[in-house]
Design a protein around this ligand. Structure first.
Ligand code: GLA
Length: 699
């Protein structure tokens, strides 16, 4: 059976994959390991040294050609692939597979010079120029035709090459263009969505501020305006821009598939990237692939990276994904680029595997001497192989070989967090009760208590079938469709614990506020409803936790303070667990629980932003009520330790600076150290154990 499988196919997709996805790399290669390789920056004798060092480090896949367009096509219509023939031969001779990229992320300078319309235009109408990368408009037909022409020749030449294992379209697709050609495509997209201009006027609420349109020709992208832009126009432009990039991807992918119907095709996503709706993209990727650069200076980054890994797994419906690019040490694009120890780098790689990755690759193999990324870390630093970083790279190759048992396995989760891009976009448009309520902040805050106790969680787009989950968490789904609300309610009435956060279910699909007491579509199941959104003062507002939810012993959250936003709520049957103690909302509910009849679960509602400790108690109570426990007892007392069960393996990752001792649930072998353990095991500082239950011993 295939292991890294397709994320599923949308109806009508081109391609010849079986229902199980494309033939897989990992059955043959094990966990994919490698990085971006840019041989055009080096002389041929360096290629040989690189391939030899790759083999020594157990690298089995490198992404080649991401930025090679100018080298392939030095002048319009000219082709130079001879150098790539040699590169592939050199890599194949050392058994290194290639993820061959279409070179379309960075067009040659001549393209923009000859065809200025291929260059992107920003929100102020400024046409951007060559000299960096990504200087193309995804809307430009001329750009696309040139991109297809070079892709066609590349793919035709290398489709049967034994080194080529996978195809990679473009790089981090994320461009937005406000120019004329993009405006024309936007109008077509709107016509497809609304059919008539009156339908659009209705959806956009153009009666406000005299924005009525007489025809689609009058409509522009949301370029720089005098004052706040129409929020539905802005939302639709984001939807359109995401669809446009997906269309660009699919155009090249279809071309690749028409020539090579067997190897997987992907592109590299960017986690919670704000400019593309990856739920809509995922069905078109044979392998979900992500670029992830946790900030070593941010103490929250281990949990955030775990959340991103869970998103990637969830995008593929639980199937294995791959970490396509990460940094082995410091990046060079932050203002102040903190380094990473080899131990930390290894830990991040193991974390990705724990969260469902069957591949770990980096940007990049050999550090560039020139160009904008000359100070970015690489698997092979400027100082060469005799370095701490490269030694770590070789060790990681061996570690990943030892984890072959993880390949193709899943991370079971009984908890789901709802998240989607449309709602994120709509919730953060201009002019709302508070700009401080940020969707990703809330998502991360709600994820944290789960991470802390080792409870696995999937992410799902609202509207998904939630019936497999025992706990459904809705931190902030501002824009909520009727279908999504029905699924949420159905899950709660069928017995799940449901927890909903503030500013949810506010708007419909057109980003228009639903009339009535909010959250209109969920108020029955929640047994609570509201009428005002209230920005809270900077100092926050004390909450009074009622006796039924108060702690039995005193703790530091006995006088929790709510911040950012409070809602003026009324219980319509829910039990009030906490109220606002002072201010505009004094005495009114802040936290409620509605116990549902006939085998239903409970529906909890948080009408404010509580401090982390109180949020953890609410989430913890929902977990307890449904009998969901973490994979390792006592984890809550080890704040830097993460535990995940993937398939039969238990990953315990210590992100802290001191070793910890954790219990071993059953006699097991640590696959990394090759050591047997029973009862307890020590996990080194910035280290990990991966426990495989020992079949020869009974507990
Ligand atoms: C992303 C890009 C790479 C490189 C790295 C730097 O992953 O895809 O080309 O720029 O960022 O961190």
């Amino acid at each position: 059976m295939p292991s890294v499988q397709g994320a599923g196919r949308a109806a009508g997709d081109v391609g010849s994959g079986s229902p199980d996805g494309f033939p897989v790399l990992t059955d043959d290669l094990g966990i994919l390991y490698g990085g971006d390789y840019n041989p055009e920056q080096w002389d041929p004798q360096v290629w040989r040294e690189d391939a030899w060092l790759m083999r020594a480090a157990e690298v089995n896949l490198v992404t080649v050609g991401v930025f090679s367009w100018a080298r392939y096509e030095p002048a319009p219509g000219v082709r130079d692939f001879a150098w790539l023939d040699e590169v592939l031969e050199v890599l194949a001779a050392q058994g290194v597979g290639v993820d061959l990229a279409t070179p379309t992320a960075s067009p040659p300078a001549w393209l923009g010079r000859r065809y200025p319309e291929t260059l992107p235009v920003d929100v102020d109408g400024v046409r951007l120029v060559a000299g960096s990368r990504n200087h193309f408009s995804p809307a430009s037909r001329v750009y696309r035709d040139h991109a297809l022409a070079i892709t066609r020749d590349l793919v035709s030449r290398y489709a049967g090459h034994p080194a080529v294992r996978m195809w990679h379209v473009g790089n981090e697709l994320g461009q937005v263009c406000y120019g004329e050609e993009s405006a024309a495509r936007f109008r077509q997209w709107l016509q497809g969505r609304y059919r008539t201009i009156e339908e659009l006027n209705h959806a956009w609420g153009t009666a406000v501020w005299s924005q009525h349109y007489a025809s689609f020709d009058e409509i522009l992208p949301p370029r720089r305006t005098v004052y706040h832009v129409n929020p539905t126009q802005a939302l639709d432009f984001r939807r359109y821009s995401s669809d446009l990039l997906l269309d660009l991807y699919r155009e090249q992918r279809d071309l690749v598939r028409a020539v090579d119907g067997t190897r997987p095709v992907t592109t590299n996503l960017m986690g919670f990237f704000p400019l593309a709706d990856y739920w809509s993209w995922a069905p078109h990727l044979d392998v979900v692939a992500d670029d992830s650069y946790p900030d070593p200076g941010d103490p929250g980054s281990p949990a955030d990276a775990a959340l991103t890994g869970d998103l990637m797994r969830s995008l593929g419906g639980g199937r294995p994904w791959m970490l396509m690019e990460a940094a082995v040490g410091a990046v060079s694009w932050r203002d102040h680029n903190l380094p990473k120890s080899p131990a930390r780098s290894r830990l991040e790689a193991l974390q990705a595997v724990a969260r469902g990755a069957d591949g770990v690759c980096y940007f990049q193999w050999r550090a560039s001497r020139a160009g904008a990324e000359r100070f970015h870390s690489a698997m092979l630093p400027h100082a060469g192989p005799d370095t701490r970083v490269h030694e770590g790279v070789r060790h990681l190759g061996a570690d990943l070989r030892r984890l072959r048992a993880a390949v193709g396995t899943r991370v079971p989760a009984r908890v789901v967090l709802l998240f989607d891009w449309e709602s994120w976009w709509a919730a953060e448009e201009q002019a709302r009760p508070t700009a401080r309520l940020r969707v990703l902040d809330r998502l991360r805050a709600w994820y944290r208590p789960l991470w802390d106790v080792g409870v696995a969680v999937d992410l799902a787009a609202p509207g998904s079938d939630l019936s497999g989950y025992d706990v459904v968490l809705v931190p902030q789904s501002y824009l909520l469709s009727e279908v999504a609300a029905q699924e949420i309610e159905r899950a709660a009435r069928a017995g799940a614990q449901l927890v909903v956060g503030p500013f949810s279910g506010v708007a419909d699909g057109n980003a228009q506020v639903r009339p009535g007491r909010f959250p209109v579509l969920l108020r029955d199941v929640l047994g609570v409803s509201g009428e005002e959104w209230v920005a809270l003062p900077d100092a926050g507002v004390p909450l009074r936790v009622g006796p039924s939810f108060a702690r039995s012993t005193s703790g530091d959250d006995d006088a929790p303070r709510a911040t950012i936003l409070g809602e003026l709520l009324r219980s319509d049957g829910a039990e009030v667990l906490a109220t606002f103690a002072t201010g505009h909302l004094a005495g009114l509910p802040a936290l409620t629980r509605h116990v549902l009849p006939d085998g239903g679960g409970s529906a909890w509602y948080l009408g404010t932003v509580p401090p982390a400790a109180l949020l953890a108690r609410v989430v913890g109570a929902a977990l307890d009520a449904s009998g969901v426990a973490g994979v390792l007892p006592g984890l809550a007392d080890l704040p830097d330790v993460e535990a995940v069960r993937r398939g039969e393996l238990l990953f315990v990752l210590n992100h802290g600076a001191a070793p910890v001792t954790v219990p071993v649930p059953a006699p097991a072998t640590d696959l990394l150290a090759g050591a047997r353990c029973r009862d307890v095991v020590e996990v080194p500082a910035e280290g990990a154990v991966v426990l495989a239950a020992d079949p020869t011993e009974s507990p």
